[in-house]
Design a protein around this ligand. Structure first.
Ligand code: BGC
Length: 392
């Protein structure tokens, strides 16, 4: 054992400091109580019909925002955000049982892969070879097929730091799965920081030339009351152009200016404002179900913002992706069960899915979605909550 000699004056100072700390000043005590660290917990959630164990993780930031994620589909099952009075409420649509997610999920909260959105006729060509994917949306392929990344069990690892808590999800998709070439090693990180922001980072590598377009498919309703539709939410999308589609929702190829159309969200307007306007494109989507070509491609920038006037909740979305699909919940039809009773009615949630453009593998003028061996696919999107009492 070693002793260190302490100067008597210094010892006295040390002693008085210790005594002061034990008594505690009101300031110190309250600071210590009000700054909890980000944390996580996990527990079993259930077993899939083919016997795989699924866990649920709860991530909590220092302010109290809580995100729940299940390892099945990397699905965000609930996500609380404060309103203008500081009351936390769940703002994403979901179910309360694994069986429901397995039986009939319109991609509530899920990770989407290998290809988010549509590929015409489920076909594409790479170096002279034609690849045929499943056609699960009329004549087209949608969101990776009937067993896409939303329906596989991901491995999970949670970590905490002072500023954020994160969940790392990993899935290796075997060569040929869903009809896609190459073994795809995929990693998605959900990082919830103390700024009430969820940063989602995606990365993937392949052993054969392939196509990739990953996204997150949460349905938001910022009112926190899922018996209300989202028509009163104010939406802003930072895009001068969008991608008009054919009858099967495949982009026709050219971008169209949003100017003078119901697709102009450059200044915030209620989602429902132009929904009844006679417009061929709106009719094709049964409402909004289109991809916007975001301004300033190639940079990480604000893509969209949504405010709910009643609660004061504001959601801002940042991304480095070239596009964002705004889907207004047009296919919710009152048949899917809501936790606690009732069903999800028409347009009770909206999705803002950051991604490359739909059907890119067949449209050479669109930014490429091709991934080659030796390259790493990377994509980053964040969802930031705050409150704003006036309009957007
Ligand atoms: C698509 C919609 C589709 C929905 C399924 C969206 O990403 O754009 O057409 O119906 O996902 O929930």
């Amino acid at each position: 054992m070693t002793f260190t000699t302490i100067h008597p004056g210094y010892a006295l100072l040390l002693l008085s400091t210790l005594l002061w700390q034990c008594q505690g000043s009101p300031d110190t005590a309250s600071t210590m109580e009000t700054t909890p660290a980000p944390s996580f917990s996990s527990k079993p959630y259930g077993k899939t019909t083919d016997g795989k164990e699924v866990d649920i993780y709860t991530l909590k930031n220092a302010k109290g925002m809580e995100l729940q994620v299940i390892t099945y589909g990397g699905i965000i099952t609930s996500w609380t955000a404060p309103d203008q009075d500081g009351n936390y409420g769940n703002v994403v649509l979901g179910y309360d049982k694994l069986e429901q997610y397995e039986a009939s999920n319109p991609y509530f909260g899920a990770l989407i892969g290998r290809y988010g959105n549509r590929i015409a006729k489920g076909q594409f060509e790479l170096d002279g070879t034609t690849w045929q994917l499943e056609t699960n949306d009329g004549p087209n392929h949608l969101h990776g097929g009937t067993r896409g990344f939303d329906k596989v069990v991901w491995s999970a690892e949670a970590k905490t730091g002072e500023q954020a808590v994160e969940l790392v999800l990993r899935y290796t998709s075997p060569d040929g799965e869903g009809g896609y070439p190459g073994t795809l090693n995929t990693e998605v990180v959900y990082s919830l920081n103390n700024e009430d922001e969820l940063v989602v980072t995606y990365s993937a590598t392949t052993d054969k030339k392939t196509v990739v377009n990953l996204t997150q498919h949460s349905y938001f309703n910022l009112s926190g009351d899922f018996t209300r539709n989202v028509q009163d939410h104010l939406l802003e999308i930072a895009a001068d152009a969008y991608l008009p589609v054919d009858e099967t929702l495949i982009p026709v190829g050219q971008l169209a200016s949003v100017e003078g159309t119901p697709f102009d969200f450059r200044s915030a307007k209620p989602i429902g404002q132009d929904l009844e306007v006679e417009d061929e494109q709106l009719a094709r989507g049964k409402g909004y179900d289109h991809c916007w070509a975001l301004n300033n491609p190639g940079t990480y920038r604000k893509a969209a913002a949504v405010a709910h006037p009643g609660s004061g909740r504001l959601l801002e979305i940042f991304t480095d992706e070239p596009g964002i699909q705004f889907y207004g919940g047009n296919f919710l039809d009152g048949t899917l069960p809501m936790p606690g009773g009732g069903t999800y009615a028409h347009r009770t949630g909206f999705c803002l899915e950051t991604q490359h453009y739909p059907d890119s593998p067949n449209q050479p003028a669109f930014p490429s979605v091709v991934l080659e061996p030796g390259q790493t696919y990377r994509s980053k999107t964040s969802f930031k909550f705050s409150t704003k009492t006036n309009s957007l």
